[in-house]
Design a protein around this ligand. Structure first.
Ligand code: AMP
Length: 428
């Protein structure tokens, strides 16, 4: 057993895993740019207040899962690692006066989030989210645009069979009457509620219809549904989102029990699932509208909508279908030599190739040429550059390991010759 291991709930992503991650991160960046989102980077930690106010003090994320930083000074006692990106980005929106920018302000960020949760499959204490936020547009067209963006992300990532679950959770006008109806309903059955759900009844009754506890299944099936309580404005908004999703060909399913865990959501709420996995707390991603959040953080009332897509769960889902085995880039050229001691010569040639943009490795060991060549093949290199007696005339042997051909090339023309062979990029 090693003395030290990565903390529970965290993982090292090793070189063989990174190419898939790099592909997904690049796709997230590219796709967000295609839809007009600009990058923002916010700190990994904020005043805990930002999360307590923004997410809500009676949510699991804040009550149980917030990573508070160990007190060293009075100030640091009030910090917490970010459990989700939206609150921090909205803090930045207010701080930098983004309400004076052309609206909507469309922002994107991909990075690590932290939740002090019990680790299990697909649930880590540090995980990565691809996040987009559109602030200053009350929708509903932009709601559909964002959902379609997420839907496309999975498809372009190579994961098929992703489904959107959609709901409206109402707003300040209609949610109170729904909450009252829900509270009445569960109060009437309080004797059969499991302890955790009983506790939630008083704190956050909206979480109950979403409970995955088997003891709740029958009860939840007959519970009041938000769709029956929506005010006219919220009902019209939901109809608008649906009309736009239909027009864009996004496959979605209405799910009246979908509430999302965070307090700040209004109206549109959605989650992405692999079809058939809906019940298993394995949402691939989710988001919603948060028209009250910016005001909570001290700004002017401003509508907003966004999503967070978990890359860890996407990688797991891709692995199940064999789509998470992207190859590591191999060196284009490996520089080897007949004189085992001439590391200076080999390193100098490799350095010139790198300067010309070519991925090159120099053999820095002092083994025989045959062994050096074997290693070059094992590396998956396209070319071996062999330094031999011809070096006296300023020439090297360029061997194409794939075509099994070779030619004598002046050192000064080596990089151009390799680039002409179409190998300016590392290949996979
Ligand atoms: P949430 O804000 O809880 O809806 O999270 C959005 C997405 O982030 C989820 O759908 C997951 O893909 C991912 N996610 C949330 N919590 C975790 C976690 N503890 N470990 C891994 N991924 C997570």
């Amino acid at each position: 057993m090693p003395t030290y291991r990565a903390p529970r709930g965290t993982r090292d992503l090793l070189p063989a895993e990174r190419p898939t991650w790099a592909r997904l991160e690049a796709l997230a960046r590219d796709l967000a740019a295609r839809y007009g989102y600009r990058e923002i980077t916010t700190p990994l930690f904020e005043l805990a207040d930002v999360f307590e106010r923004g997410i809500g003090e009676v949510t699991d994320v804040v009550q149980k899962e917030l990573f508070r930083l160990a007190p060293r000074t009075e100030e640091s006692e009030r910090w917490a690692l970010r459990p989700e990106p939206t609150a921090g980005i909205m803090r930045a929106y207010v701080q930098h006066g983004m309400q004076t920018w052309p609206q909507p302000v469309k922002l994107t960020q991909t990075g690590p989030m932290f939740r002090y949760d019990r680790p299990q499959a697909g649930r880590y204490r540090q995980f990565v989210q691809f996040d987009v936020e559109a602030v200053g547009d009350a929708g509903p067209a932009i709601d559909a645009e964002i959902i379609e963006l997420g839907f496309r992300f999975y498809r372009e990532a190579g994961l098929d069979g992703v489904e959107v679950l959609l709901n409206s959770i109402g707003d300040g006008a209609c949610r109170p009457s729904f909450i009252a109806a829900l509270t009445d309903y569960y109060r009437g059955h309080v004797d059969v509620l499991p302890p955790l759900e009983r506790e939630r009844l008083d704190r956050n009754v909206l979480r109950l219809p979403d409970s995955k506890d088997p003891a709740m299944t029958a009860l939840n099936a007959a519970a009041p549904r938000i769709t029956e309580y929506l005010c006219d404005a919220c009902a019209a908004h939901l109809a608008g989102v649906r009309a736009h999703l239909d027009a864009l060909g996004v496959v979605y399913r209405l799910e009246p029990s979908l509430v999302r865990g965070l307090d700040y959501y209004t109206r549109t709420a959605f989650e992405f699932y692999k079809t058939g996995r809906e019940g298993q707390q394995q949402a691939l991603g989710g988001g919603g509208r948060y028209d009250g959040l910016i005001e909570l953080l001290g700004g002017r009332p401003t509508p907003g909508i966004g999503f967070g897509i978990g890359l860890d769960r996407l990688v797991l889902a891709l692995a199940e279908t064999g789509g998470a085995s992207d190859a590591e880039p191999a060196p284009v050229a490996v520089v080897v030599g007949a004189d085992p001691d001439d590391t200076v010569g080999r390193l100098r040639v490799a350095t010139d190739l790198r300067g010309a943009g070519i991925a090159a490795r120099a053999e820095l060991g002092r083994r025989k040429l045959g062994k050096q060549m074997e290693a070059a093949v094992r590396d998956g290199a396209h070319f071996a550059v062999i330094l031999g007696d011809e070096l006296a005339d300023g020439n090297v042997t360029l061997r194409d390991l794939r075509a099994a051909t070779q030619e004598l090339v002046p050192v000064g023309e080596l990089a151009d010759t390799i680039l002409r062979a179409g190998e300016s990029q590392p290949h996979g």
